[in-house]
Design a protein around this ligand. Sequence first.
Ligand code: PEP
Ligand code: MN
Length: 310
Amino acid sequence: MKDISSGDLINNIPLVTRKDYTRIIKAGKLKLNNKAQVTVIAGPCTVESKPQIMEIAKNIKSSGAKMLRGGVFKPLTFPYGDPLGRPDTDSSVTTGDRWKILSKNELFKKAEIRLGYLKEAGEKYGLPVISEILYADSVKMMSTYVDMFQIGYRHMFNMDLIEALSASKKPIMIKRHSGESIRSLLGVAEHFEVRGKHDFVFCERGVSTPHTHSIESRAIVDIQAICALNEYAPSVMVFVDPSHATFKRSYVSAVSRAAVAAGADGLLVEVHPEPDKAWVDPLQALNFKDFDLLMKDITAIVKISKKDKC
Ligand code: PEP
Ligand code: MN
């Protein structure tokens, strides 16, 4: 395994590792800043309905979140699910027949309705919104609705997305793939840099390990990645996604607190009014009460931690 060498810093990742460089990240009216307080982005895995996203926006706002997340295009592991995340309740239909493959046009039209709900909720509660992009040809359509694009961990190296998003004026969150190194993540960021795209943030969402302490959990949050990214790329904000990394509700708050204490600039947390009933990822979302408690803890930790020093 290769790691970051002094040659890399000069030849492969000179732009993303610049010191004394100020990166301006503007999501809607919000200016994100790694010297400011920890930025918490919260919301459901999937935008399920207008009332659902409205209720979530209202609650996370009152707990102190700064942005609203909500998936619309769901990168499902297996093809036998609705590409927008709706659960299948008709057990009489055999798996192969369950979901008809939608044309891109049909899919985008359906997605647009949910993106509209997300935007409306964000506007009503003063929360810029972020959503995952799966298709490079949806940048234009999604730009009407979102304030920031999320590149899911599966798509870290997707050159179509890198090209298309480099031309966009909206900022980007790049999630690190669970099997990829910090060196590779910095390489992806450098692809953006050379295309003139500088307004991106990183998101650590756990690394693959032979064991994760629990049958339900999925990855291990690499706390050292926060330190390494702060060291190598001090101008880039580092978010941590404790929800998709742990995949386990009872681990989310503790891992969030640890991430903030270690110098994370922000968190991406899944929140749902009835977590067990979430269409997607029901094991990991926090309810409003637990999210509120977490936000209080985060505020207390920020007060005592030197968040820019690992
Ligand atoms: C998500 O944030 O909704 C998501 C699917 O994330 P990841 O790419 O980390 O799985
Ligand atoms: Mn999810």
